[in-house]
Unconditional design. Structure first.
Length: 693
């Protein structure tokens, strides 16, 4: 049994910054609640189904039984400190996963033992790969009917293109997990039900499991020797085996290099297997020291800066989340180097602002524990920062640095909100400003034609939660319109146009000529500007005005009024007369030239396409398929998995409003589905006919 001991803040090798990530309903928060209980952080288990999970502290999280916002805590396991972030599983809140993975060193990916890899499993896996985050896997819910450890491992390999390596094996009796074999130490672990799994024993492997465990360990040793470095490979060839300590070192090397993903198993709800996950976090996931250094840029020169992850280096901290709060707004930061102290003056180089640290807090869900300082490797919350938002870097003014920011997906759905009374108008504006500051995937703007306030987000649930927050947290009563799709537009062909801007302004004649070409660029997300005009015709000082004129029109000033994507804008030539050129003239000429070229190229409306997965019992397959076809779904795969039919494909989001209710009706509540943003695609002719200039 691991003994808990307070860890020194400065013992960076003994720190683990990890996240728990998964598809919705894989049991992620239940795993986290057991971790809190077994590490002594909490003295009773919070249950998701009872609405009392510690980490799901928001009223809506407890009411809905889902995680909406990532929650952080710090706990001890043995001689190690674990900074843990529990993230949402629903795709509407994927920004919480994105910004958490940006600052985490390792992750535990939780899988449902029945479903294996699900749609959002793929999303979080890709996010972790993109951020270079090593992973271990936990196959949960093995107590459910139809669960299979082997099938889940296979799905990780096939659907995620991973290299899952089981380091434990379940001992099952029907749906009961009797115990778990530790393949590294070759011991059999059994949990005591009376202590809610807090007490467990290790002993010899039962005879009926000996052959299976022996074969699995031999396979584990082969993989560890192959991926664990030259030294381990030589030792394996010399001795034909690896000792438990050598095997752990080899597995750690391979995991940190992201060549393998160790896989564990159990049932968090039945209190089995969680302590082995904690041991694996310590054994196989990186400490801050394993990352060696952090790379940023000098905000003035643009030169690359490398800093070691040490307390005696200049301060480098990254703000990955902000949270508006009545007790003082919080900014969550990861300290990469140096020391951050309460009452310090720090510098936000990206915004050229000096900030003052009011207080430092170690967070436990929504509970605040005061800190005097945070050092390299720590994750904490800061009270008192006025200008810092998600993605900003904090440093000292003498040693400024800017780290790469976080990039989020664009919103795909919108709706109109308006206060129920004029007295609530200012309160609504203030509340929306706070919500959009805290949530990078939530945006708001005023429609110029209707004067309505439009809010945009990642899905129906996302906006529903935010509207409830307006009422519950900010006490603002609002009325909402129907959800609307966040359409985009591009061009159907290439076209050129030239515009000459000439007029008298006061007593001065101003003149500017700009020629623009627009082209469709499917691989470009936001409009891209290129300049082919030489400095002899387009003076360098006017180039920003030409770019601004063209790109500001692309933001929604042409066609159907939707923002442009997949578009390349090229300035072919420009000119002015001596002393007649002005910034305003070039911007106006570029704006009109772009608009004329765009209209000549032909506007194409694009709609957001969602990747979906539906799981339904076989008897409802016909009804579900028929309904999906009516919704313009492109069915790409149909598979049978343990009596459940899985339908995968893509579908326009405009066709999926209210789908959860329809699916429940078709399947008597037994089918489920998930969606995530995939791409934008041209609307078909029959739909395009509805749009008018």
């Amino acid at each position: 049994m691991a003994k808990k001991k307070k860890t020194s803040h400065h013992d960076v090798d003994h720190i683990r910054n990890i996240g728990i990530i998964a598809h919705i309903d894989a049991g992620k928060t239940t795993v986290t609640e057991r971790i809190l209980f077994y590490t002594g952080k909490e003295h009773r288990m919070g249950e998701v189904h009872e609405g009392v999970a510690t980490m799901d502290w928001m009223a809506q999280e407890q009411e809905r039984g889902i995680t909406i916002t990532s929650a952080a805590t710090t706990l001890a396991w043995g001689e190690h400190q674990i900074n843990l972030i529990d993230t949402p599983g629903h795709v509407d809140f994927t920004a919480e996963v994105e910004r958490s993975l940006r600052v985490l060193d390792g992750a535990v990916v939780v899988f449902d033992g029945v479903a294996g890899v699900e749609a959002q499993s793929e999303t979080v896996w890709r996010q972790a790969t993109r951020h270079g985050v090593p992973r271990i896997c936990f196959v949960n819910k093995l107590d459910r009917v139809g669960a299979s450890f082997e099938r889940s491992v296979t799905s990780i390999e096939r659907r995620l293109d991973g290299n899952p390596v089981p380091i434990t094996l379940p001992h099952m009796d029907g749906q009961d997990v009797l115990g778990i074999v530790d393949l590294v130490t070759m011991e059999y672990v059994v949990w005591d039900d009376d202590s809610l799994g807090k007490e467990y024993t290790r002993g010899p492997i039962p005879e009926d499991l000996a052959d299976l465990a022996g074969a699995a360990r031999a396979e584990l040793v082969d993989v560890a020797a192959e991926h664990g470095g030259d030294e381990m490979l030589e030792r394996f060839f010399e001795e034909g085996d690896l000792s438990a300590p050598d095997l752990k070192r080899a597995l750690r090397t391979a995991t940190l290099a992201m060549r393998i993903q160790p896989v564990l198993c159990g049932s968090a709800l039945k209190n089995k297997g969680v302590q082995m996950v904690l041991d694996a976090v310590i054994d196989y996931l990186p400490s801050p020291h394993d990352l060696v250094s952090i790379v940023g840029t000098d905000p003035k020169s643009g030169k690359t800066i490398t800093r070691k992850l040490e307390a005696d280096e200049p301060l480098t901290a990254f703000a990955f989340k902000t949270c508006s709060d009545t007790h003082g707004d919080l900014t969550y930061v990861r300290v990469y180097s140096g020391v951050l102290k309460a009452k310090d003056q720090i510098y936000n180089a990206g915004r050229d602002r000096v900030e003052r640290v009011g207080q430092l807090m170690q967070m436990h869900a929504d509970e605040r524990i005061p800190l005097q300082e945070a050092v390299a490797g720590d994750i904490c919350a800061v009270v008192g920062l006025r200008f810092t938002v998600t993605g900003d870097t904090l440093s000292t003014k003498r040693g400024p640095i800017v780290l790469e920011s976080v990039h989020f997906a664009d919103p795909v759905i919108s709706l109109a909100v308006e206060p129920t009374s004029s007295a609530d108008k200012d309160a609504l504006e203030e509340a929306l400003a706070k919500l959009s500051r805290d949530d990078p995937t939530f945006t708001t703007h005023v429609d110029e034609d209707t004067g309505q306030t439009i809010i945009s987000g990642m899905g129906e649930l996302h906006l529903e939660v935010l509207v409830r927050r307006l009422l519950d947290e900010f006490r603002v009563k609002v009325q909402t319109g129907k959800p609307r799709v966040a359409y985009r537009q591009t061009v159907g062909a290439s076209a050129e146009a030239e515009y000459v801007f000439e007029r008298m302004v006061g007593e001065k004649n101003v003149y500017a000529r700009v020629k623009i070409r627009v082209d469709a660029a499917p691989n470009v997300v936001k409009p891209e500007f290129m300049n082919f005009a030489g400095e002899d015709t387009l003076p360098k000082r006017f180039l920003p005005n030409v770019e601004s004129g063209a790109l500001s029109s692309a933001e929604g000033g042409v066609g159907f009024g939707y923002p442009c994507v997949q578009l390349r804008v090229t300035c072919l030539s420009a000119g002015t007369r001596e002393n007649d050129g002005t910034e305003a003239a070039f911007e106006a000429a570029a704006t009109r030239a772009f608009q004329e070229a765009y209209e000549a190229a032909g506007c194409v409306v694009l709609e957001p396409i969602m990747k979906f997965e539906v799981q339904t019992p076989d008897q409802y397959m016909g009804d579900v398929l028929g309904d999906l076809n009516r919704r313009r779904a492109d069915i790409q795969e149909m598979a049978e998995e343990e009596g459940v039919r899985c339908i995968r494909g893509s579908v326009p989001i405009s066709e999926m409003f209210g789908y959860s209710t329809a699916l429940r009706s078709q399947s008597q509540g037994r089918a489920s589905y998930s969606m995530e943003p995939l791409s934008y695609a041209p609307v078909p002719p029959e739909v395009a006919a509805r749009f008018t200039f």
